[in-house]
Design a protein around this ligand. Structure first.
Ligand SMILES: [Zn+2]
Length: 303
């Protein structure tokens, strides 16, 4: 049982930039090397304007249910206990990302592919437990983005969580090195470019986008991703937004750093169960720490 203890934000962490909205987009099963191998355009363009790595690591086991539960709890699977591919509500009483936002009056919006009718009740129950306004709509990234578009245009605050299944689905059906997988990777890439434009990610210092994969694939088995093989565990990650300082992320980078960074960016204290590290080096320092030669316009500091 976890009490709600908090890590000390302490003097070591710089103040967060004035970010009001964090968009997390899960590029399910997108291998880091798919960027070059399959000719992705938008992800590297976003990376050039933001902070990025092609050498991040997901959690163990390298499966979606475990990884997404880690995003929501900030904790590794050894703590949250969800270590197989059956989605359910975590047993432990861990603080959840949407609940921590809600305590600060901030909403969470979730957008995922439609689920079979038989699973709809459990999917909506999980979303409700998470404290998330969730929509299960469409088959892939393009449809899911369309479902999210009105809120992306109209809601300036809170957390957006989008899960795009295209590449993982093609990897299981045809293999992670197949032409079909490459096609799905480019579909994700186009949707990512579209998302960045829709949410005005690059010219809005109050919006932060973190795009990342939950696992790779084709490491141990051509059509799966559950192993410790580097091709299964290595993930790409791009952090973009008007408050982000361009460059490469300093290793090591973990999937667990995503929820830690989201909380820090929104100025929310991090519970001790959030095991990751806020990637503060990805941001322009606020106040006096701003370097004079910084290449991107500085966000104004809140009074
Ligand atoms: Zn999968």
């Amino acid at each position: 049982m976890f009490g709600l203890t908090f890590t000390s934000l302490g003097p070591m962490l710089p103040p967060a930039p004035p970010i009001r909205r964090v968009i997390l987009v899960v590029l399910d099963g997108l291998r880091a090397d798919a960027v070059a191998r399959h000719g992705l355009i938008h992800l590297p363009a976003l990376a050039r304007c933001g902070r990025w790595t092609l050498s991040g690591r997901t959690v163990t086991p390298s499966i979606t249910a475990a990884a997404l539960t880690s995003v929501m709890t900030g904790a590794p699977p050894s703590v949250h206990g969800l270590r197989d591919d059956r989605f359910r509500i975590p047993r432990l009483n861990l603080p959840l990302l949407p609940g921590l936002l809600r305590d600060r009056g901030l909403p969470t919006f979730g957008y995922m592919a439609k689920v079979p009718l038989a699973h709809w009740a459990v999917a909506t129950a999980i979303a409700r437990h998470l404290g998330c306004k969730a929509r299960f709509e469409g088959d892939g990234a393009a449809d899911i983005l369309e479902a999210a578009r009105p809120a992306l245009l109209g809601e300036p605050d809170g957390l957006f969580f989008l899960h795009w299944p295209d590449a993982d689905r093609a990897g299981h059906a045809h293999g992670w090195h197949s032409p079909e997988y490459g096609h799905a990777a480019r579909t994700l890439d186009r949707a990512l470019g579209n998302l960045a434009t829709t949410a005005r990610v690059l010219d809005d210092p109050s919006t932060l986008l973190i795009a990342f994969a939950d696992h790779g694939g084709g490491g141990l088995k051509a059509d799966d991703h559950e192993s410790d093989h580097p091709e299964d565990t290595t993930i790409p990650m791009v952090i973009a937004g008007g408050a982000v300082r361009p460059g490469q992320l300093e290793q090591p980078i973990s999937l667990l750093d995503v929820p830690a960074t989201a909380l820090w960016a929104l100025g929310i204290e991090r519970p001790a169960s959030f095991a990751g590290r806020p990637l503060t080096e990805a941001f322009h320092q606020v106040a006096a720490e701003v370097p004079a030669s910084a290449p991107v316009a500085q966000p104004a500091q809140a009074a």
